[in-house]
Design a protein around this ligand. Structure first.
Ligand code: KMH
Ligand code: ZN
Length: 273
């Protein structure tokens, strides 16, 4: 089994300061949270930008500032979101790709998202995939529903995604696929054998699915985007605190935690010297 890649999803587009007082919002706060997550064992930070008042933004300048601060402070892999918030336009969502990050997310299908719709029509998927291919950005394919794997495989056939693929199974979003080990096992069984995968269990499902993924040979994402609690009724102090718990469990399971360059090797990204 390979070393374990831990991703920290630091902010997201949905969580508010009212819900989680320690949510990082400004570029400086997000960079600080990235450093804490890296020091706790994260190899990747998944980032959503916000305006100073907390409004989600896909603005290239704001992402650029976060990228600069994060990469100056630590060697973690910077992975901006092309998902944004459900109300962002396709063109807004693609802006972070102009920064040529090492990785970026790519959702390959449309699903219900709470009481909203997370829209990823064919045209958007193809433009996002083509841009990432042209710029040498490694896509993390976000899968909220099983059919999104089939859509990703169609993009491979069209030459817009290159294997080996890397998937993130986001399980437990209200309106999308359930956060069960059964769902996870089905998804893992549905991807090409040479693909890598990680899991994001939403809310109380975060830790149980992370533990299942660790045992199955997958990788793990935790952080405030997915879950704001350390345990029932107790808010987490930081995404780094959630990362540290995963690193401890991994250690107990005999699964070593990958540093950023080891994660780059596992994912087929150029190693940084
Ligand atoms: N905020 C969600 C609507 C991604 O980052 O690529 C979409 C999302 C996926 O978070
Ligand atoms: Zn996200």
């Amino acid at each position: 089994m390979s070393k374990l890649i831990i991703t920290a999803a630091l902010t997201g587009a949905e969580v508010t300061r009212e819900q989680q007082p320690n949510l990082p919002i400004t570029p400086e706060e997000i960079a600080q949270a990235a450093v804490e997550a890296y020091e706790a064992g994260a190899a990747i930070v998944h980032v959503h930008a916000r305006l100073a008042d907390g409004t989600p933004t896909q603005d290239r300048q704001v992402y650029g500032e976060i990228q600069r601060l994060v990469t100056e402070a630590c060697p973690v892999i910077f992975q901006p979101s092309t998902g944004g918030a459900v109300w962002h336009t396709a063109q807004e969502r693609l802006q972070p790709l102009e920064l040529n990050p090492e990785m970026a997310t790519l959702s390959t299908g449309t699903c219900n998202f709470g009481s909203d719709i997370f829209a990823n029509p064919q045209e958007f998927m193809e433009e996002a995939a083509r841009t990432m291919l042209e710029r040498g950005i490694k896509p993390e394919i976000e899968v909220f529903e099983a059919g999104m794997i089939d859509n990703a495989l169609r993009l491979v056939k069209k030459g817009l995604l290159k294997e080996p693929l890397h998937f993130n199974f986001v399980l437990g979003v209200p309106g999308a696929m359930s956060a069960s080990v059964r769902s996870l096992a089905f998804l893992v069984d549905s991807i090409p054998p040479n693909a890598t995968w990680t899991v994001s269990g939403i809310g109380r499902h975060e830790t149980p699915l992370a533990v299942a993924a660790m045992a199955m040979g997958g990788h793990v994402r935790v952080g405030f985007e997915d879950n704001i609690y350390y345990r029932r009724g107790e808010l987490a102090t930081s995404s780094g605190q959630l990362v540290a718990r995963i690193a401890r469990i991994a250690h107990e399971l005999g699964r070593e935690v990958a540093d950023p360059n080891e994660a780059r090797e596992i994912l087929g990204i150029a190693v940084k010297t």
